[in-house]
Design a binder for this molecule. Structure first.
Ligand code: GLV
Ligand code: MN
Ligand code: MN
Length: 419
């Protein structure tokens, strides 16, 4: 019989072909590709003994009944960035599914139920936000986001409806936490630490906070051949100066990372001075006060740069999430499961955002990282080893058993310094 790690790898491969565009993987929130992915995964969930439903925002939820009243949540996301790899998010859902499939194959019922959630939007590709899925599930959906528009002018409200949900019901669609034991998410590391240490897995200590801003510069469009260089109000030049300011300011703040990943210039013709430039800004730091200081500094600098070039500027703070420590008890249990599997326990912080950050408002969270090749992620070259996936399945199964036994004694873990 095929081993479970091979099945997980094959499923990641299959889902890696469910895309909005041929030739690359791009699966944004509310897309046809997302619908197809949810359909396929719900079939796998049912085959693993789960009942399934889709909530208002479009999260796919599978439930494996236990004998007691409590519930453990497992999960990660099925949406992707543009030109994505096959494992970011998807791996976590597939590993959890494999563990539940094993329970089902053995006819085993745990003393708690498991709810496996495939979140509908973690990346925020379509609306420039993150965590639409997990924030709704956690009961923390921000209604003001419903007016956000995608690049085609479709509002989030319309997108929710098209995907089968009711935008007016989102605020009240959060899951209550009365029965919850906690949440555990498996995710590829997306960084180089585990590979450098020659370790298959790591236990996450904290998730860095982040700010996402939509920045605009508005100048004056004009003829590229006739308007002298002196006195131009070139919006793209203002944005360019600001982008380099983002780089130098982040370098000057230890622990910070800041990225302008998407930019557009309008009207967008070879012989027209850009009258408008709009871009994203993604800012992260393990310390919230440092991130806010950097954010405020950059807002001031955007205003100064715009003024010095005769341009206006716009600053729309689209989203902020604070840094989130993981739960010490659940993380220690996860550490024990790693030890029992024969691997060394390494704790490390996450520079990437994760659904676990939102779910921490609902219930204690823990995360298990799986080593990836050269730390590459948000790139089609993402790669994880089948052997490491096998260890992750083993560790998660042991974690479920320890939780079922009500185990909670402490294990020795070594601490990785923050990057
Ligand atoms: C999600 O992958 C993020 O950290 O942007
Ligand atoms: Mn990602
Ligand atoms: Mn992810």
């Amino acid at each position: 019989m095929k081993d479970t790690a091979t099945t997980v790898m094959e499923r990641c491969e299959l889902l890696g072909n469910i895309s909005e565009e041929p030739g690359i993987l791009v699966r944004p929130y509310g897309s046809q590709a997302m619908r197809e992915a949810n359909n396929i995964v719900s079939g796998w969930m049912r085959a693993a003994g789960m009942t399934t439903r889709q909530d208002e925002i479009g999260n796919l939820i599978g439930r494996y009944e236990g004998s007691g009243d409590r519930t453990l949540i497992l999960g990660s996301h099925l949406d992707t960035v543009r030109d994505a790899g096959k494992y970011d998010g998807i791996l976590g859902v597939m590993v959890a599914l494999a563990c539940i499939q094993q329970l089902h194959n053995r006819g085993e019922q745990l003393p708690f139920s498991i709810e496996l959630v495939a979140f509908a939007d973690e990346e925020g590709l379509r609306f420039g936000t993150t965590f639409l899925g997990s924030s709704a599930y956690a009961g923390a959906f921000d209604k003001s986001r419903l007016a956000l528009e995608d690049q085609n002018g479709v509002t989030l409200s319309q997108a929710v409806r098209t995907f089968g949900g009711d935008p007016d019901a989102l605020e009240g669609d959060g899951r209550g936490n009365g029965d919850l034991l906690g949440y555990c998410e498996v995710h590829m590391e997306q960084g180089p630490v585990l590979e450098q240490r020659d370790l298959p897995l790591g236990v996450v200590s904290a998730i860095n906070g982040q700010s996402r801003v939509r920045v605009g510069f508005v100048g004056k469009a004009g003829h590229a051949g006739t308007v002298p260089m002196e006195g131009r109000q070139d919006a793209l030049c203002a944005a360019a100066e600001f982008v380099l300011e983002v780089e130098s300011a982040a370098r000057a703040e230890p622990g910070a990372v800041a990225t302008v990943g998407e930019i557009s210039a309008l009207p967008g013709a070879v012989n027209v001075i850009p009258g408008e430039a709009r871009h994203s800004l993604d800012l992260r730091h393990p310390d919230d006060a440092a991130r806010e200081r950097l954010r405020d500094h950059l807002e001031r600098r955007a205003a100064e740069i715009a003024a010095s070039r005769g341009c206006e500027h716009e600053w729309q703070l689209r989203q902020e999430t604070p840094a989130v420590p993981t739960d010490s008890d659940l993380s220690e249990l996860l550490g024990r499961a790693v030890e029992e599997s024969g691997a060394t326990v390494r704790r490390l912080p996450s520079g990437a955002g994760h659904d676990a950050a939102q779910i921490s408002a609902l219930t204690p969270v823990a995360m298990l990282f799986v080593r990836c090749k050269e730390g590459i992620s948000h790139n089609p070259a993402e790669s994880v080893r089948s052997e490491d996936v096998g260890v992750a399945i083993d560790v998660m199964s042991r974690f479920l058993t320890l939780l079922a036994q009500g185990a909670g004694s402490h294990s020795e873990t070594s601490q990785e310094a923050s990057p």
